[in-house]
Unconditional design. Structure first.
Length: 276
């Protein structure tokens, strides 16, 4: 059996199929890990969501910020805007089944060799803390009051971890780490204003994975979310959002020894998705 991790698809279903053909994916033998953001902005979010769901145990996906946005849009219609490409999902006959499935996907996954998240981790979280924080949100998201969580998850504060965080503020911080984090300062204070490649950020900020005292440094972490970073391998981390949506590439990482990167070019997607 082979395990492949694939970066952000964001509704680029046709490109996903091309990549799966290239790696000769066999759902009876192989497993695909999706690093979140299955949907939004791209042209075929509905097809992508149905496909990944129907892979069953041959696929693992963690939730990204666009997936969380879809869940919020499904529970609170005013959340969705004209710029979204989520309408086909929200109007699909199997909408409730798809949303229920997505709501029960994790924020964090590990097979004890590799770990997968969508965005980042604050420097104060070790492996056990990461598991515990993810489970807090997952339990809330899968519980009877999940709509309240989705309504209150938006916002940039609190932006720094402290064990004293409680309630919705704590859940919002956890969600922002797992699904939105890129840069932070030396104390782990999150920054949401800078999204460019390394070197474009203010001097006091650094990529979350380069903090010298990061307690998750011993974890092999696969993540997406950061298309302007592109493929990155270092600090025991593997960034695999290579910007398919924007005309870059769609990347699969074969979790073998040694690790192998397989990518396809997506030159037509930038023009096709410009309206979003």
């Amino acid at each position: 059996m082979s395990i492949y991790a694939i970066g952000d698809i964001q509704g680029c279903f046709d490109e996903l199929q091309l990549l799966l053909d290239k790696i000769q994916f066999n759902p009876q033998q192989d497993c695909i890990w999706f690093a979140g953001d299955l949907v939004n902005r791209g042209p075929k979010s509905l097809e992508t969501l149905r496909f990944v769901k129907n892979l069953g145990t041959s696929a693992i996906t963690v939730l990204g910020n666009h997936d969380m946005h879809l869940l919020a849009a499904a529970s609170t219609p005013k959340t969705s805007t004209k710029k979204d490409s989520l309408t086909p999902i929200l109007e699909a006959p199997d909408r409730d089944e798809l949303i229920h499935w997505l709501r029960h996907q994790p924020l964090f996954y590990t097979n004890n060799d590799f770990c997968m998240i969508h965005a980042g981790l604050p420097p104060q979280w070790d492996f056990k803390t990461t598991q515990r924080m993810a489970l807090l949100v997952e339990n809330a998201l899968q519980g009877p009051n999940y709509e309240l969580l989705l309504q209150q998850m938006y916002g940039n504060k609190p932006n720094q971890w402290t064990p004293q965080l409680k309630g919705n503020a704590k859940l919002r911080f956890i969600i922002n780490c797992f699904t939105r984090m890129r840069y932070c300062d030396a104390s782990g204070r999150l920054d949401f204003n800078n999204t460019g490649p390394i070197g474009t950020q203010p001097e006091e900020l650094m990529p979350w994975f380069t903090l010298p005292n990061r307690k998750s440094a011993n974890m092999k972490i696969i993540f997406g979310h950061w298309s302007t970073l592109g493929y990155y391998e270092g600090s025991n981390c593997y960034a695999i959002d290579t910007g398919c949506l924007w005309g870059g590439q769609l990347t699969a990482l074969k979790l073998s020894t040694p690790i192998q990167r397989i990518s396809i070019d997506c030159p037509t997607t930038k023009k096709a998705n410009k309206i979003y």
